[in-house]
Write a protein that binds this ligand. Structure first.
Ligand SMILES: [Ca+2]
Length: 472
């Protein structure tokens, strides 16, 4: 009985021991399998990425994403043992510059596509004759020549500058900026509502009587012409505009031969037609050698409430306003014109700050002009002809010292009268005289726009000291 009990205990012990051994063998087998798999993974990581652990791979990929590679891919590896082919693959995000041997980061351009302008328009002179032959409109975000070029991109004739610019204008959204490099134009550009365009330089090669830029009944146009050059015989208009709330700056000159060239053509014409006003515009114009620097006309509607600056050098007329042009404010009005007058007012109600004006040109208020206020601050003042009503000139601070308003001198004569040039801007309104002798008896004066005549009662030899004022 005791023997049976011992056998049973031994058997139970053997079963427990066997179970433990089997469990241990299973663990050993699983562990060796994991070790083998890890070894294969390490080999794979090394073969494919040059690393031996997942952590190492993560670090490496992060570095590759963030770093800006600036070496030469043909000689500089990213990491030890890297194949040249991998470098070339890496170049997909870069442009290689053979001049410097450096890579330039193209991914930045993809990531940050913002550009100064939406389109840049430029031309190429392919035969070196000084005339642009091919015009390109480059979409700056995509880098694509979207219109024009030798291949007539976008179906637009690349030899037609106006067509290329017009196509770009039509394709952009409101206020998208188009920048036009120096360009030759021979046909009119029509600007639509809400466009924003800068011309670096326009060289007009089209008809001499054409309109170069046209804002026809459009509003909210932003236009800048840094330079516009036309031929000596140009008799057209650089910019003709109607509409409201446009911001326009144009600076233009005529090709000059033998000094000043012929004074024809208009730099800027603002008009209000039967159905459109021309109001709240901010206009700045600089013109050299034109017939008219700025013409405003409003036969039916109003051209009013505009902020205007005019610089008209060697123009026949710096400013010509007619019709319903009123309540316009001029913050700068400079002119140097040989013709008289150089400012015409045929409308009324204008508030004009003449900061300066020189040359022989003056002012003419025509018969329908009224209630124009001119503040004159200096320079040489030409003749003022006032055929209107209620027009006023407020003289500037240099009134007492301006020889065109106030002049004096000495004239000697024998007999009873003497005539001399007074040099004033117009027919004197007051003349004063004193003599070197009391024998003259009595004296009187007459004058016209150029001369004063002083007459005495008694014949003799006299010196007359005169002072004359012109206060229209
Ligand atoms: Ca050419």
């Amino acid at each position: 009985m005791r023997q049976n009990k011992a056998v049973t205990c031994l058997f139970t012990l053997l079963i427990i021991l066997s179970t433990a051994i089997i469990a241990q063998q299973i663990q050993v087998y699983q562990l060796s399998t994991q070790v083998r798999q890890l070894s294969e993974l390490q080999q794979w990581l090394y073969d494919n990425y040059g690393v031996t652990s997942i952590e190492e791979l993560k670090t490496k990929l992060t570095q590759q994403t963030e770093e800006r590679y600036i070496g030469n891919p043909f000689v500089t590896s990213l990491y030890q043992g890297q194949l040249q082919a991998e470098n070339i693959t890496f170049m997909h995000g870069y442009w290689y510059n053979p001049a410097t041997g450096q890579l330039e980061n193209k991914t930045d351009i993809w990531a940050f596509p913002e550009q100064t302008a939406t389109f840049i328009i430029f031309g190429r002179d392919t035969d070196n004759d000084g005339v642009l032959d091919v015009i390109y409109a480059k979409n700056t975000t995509s880098g694509q020549i979207q219109y024009g070029g030798e291949w007539n991109a976008g179906g637009v004739d690349g030899s037609n500058a106006s067509a290329v610019i017009q196509a770009a204008l039509s394709s952009v959204g409101d206020k998208a900026l188009i920048y036009v490099k120096p360009i030759e134009l021979d046909s009119t550009i029509n600007l639509d509502d809400n466009v924003n365009i800068i011309f670096e330089k326009i060289n007009w090669t089209g008809n001499a009587d054409a309109v170069i830029l046209n804002i026809d009944q459009k509003n909210h146009v932003e236009l800048t012409v840094l330079e516009c050059s036309v031929s000596t015989n140009f008799a057209g208009t650089v910019l003709r505009m109607s509409g409201d709330q446009n911001h326009v700056f144009i600076k233009c000159s005529k090709a000059s031969d033998a000094g000043q060239g012929s004074r024809t053509g208009k730099a800027l014409s603002i008009y209000a037609d039967a159905s459109h006003w021309a109001t709240f515009n901010d206009v700045r114009v600089e013109a050299l050698y034109f017939g008219t620097a700025l013409e405003m006309s409003a036969p039916t509607k109003w051209a009013s409430s505009n902020m205007i600056s005019v610089l008209g050098l060697y123009c026949d007329v710096a400013l010509n306003m007619s019709g319903n042009t009123h309540t316009n404010h001029f913050d700068t009005l400079l002119a140097e014109a040989a013709e008289t007058p150089c400012f015409y007012f045929d409308g009324g109600g204008n508030d004009v700050d003449f900061l300066s004006w020189t040359g022989g040109g003056g002012v003419e208020f025509r018969s329908t002009s009224k209630y124009t206020l001119i503040k004159y601050f200096g320079g040489r003042l030409g003749a003022i002809t006032d055929n209107g009503t209620g027009n006023r000139i407020l003289w500037g601070l240099d009134y007492a010292y301006d020889t065109l308003l106030n002049n004096r001198g000495v004239a000697t004569f024998s007999g009873t009268s003497v005539s001399f040039a007074h040099g004033l801007a117009g027919t004197p309104t007051q003349v004063f005289a004193s003599f070197n002798s009391t024998g003259y008896g009595d004296w009187s004066w007459t004058a016209n726009s150029t001369h004063i005549t002083i007459t005495v009662a008694n014949t003799g030899d006299y010196a007359v000291y005169w002072r004359a004022y012109y206060e229209p």
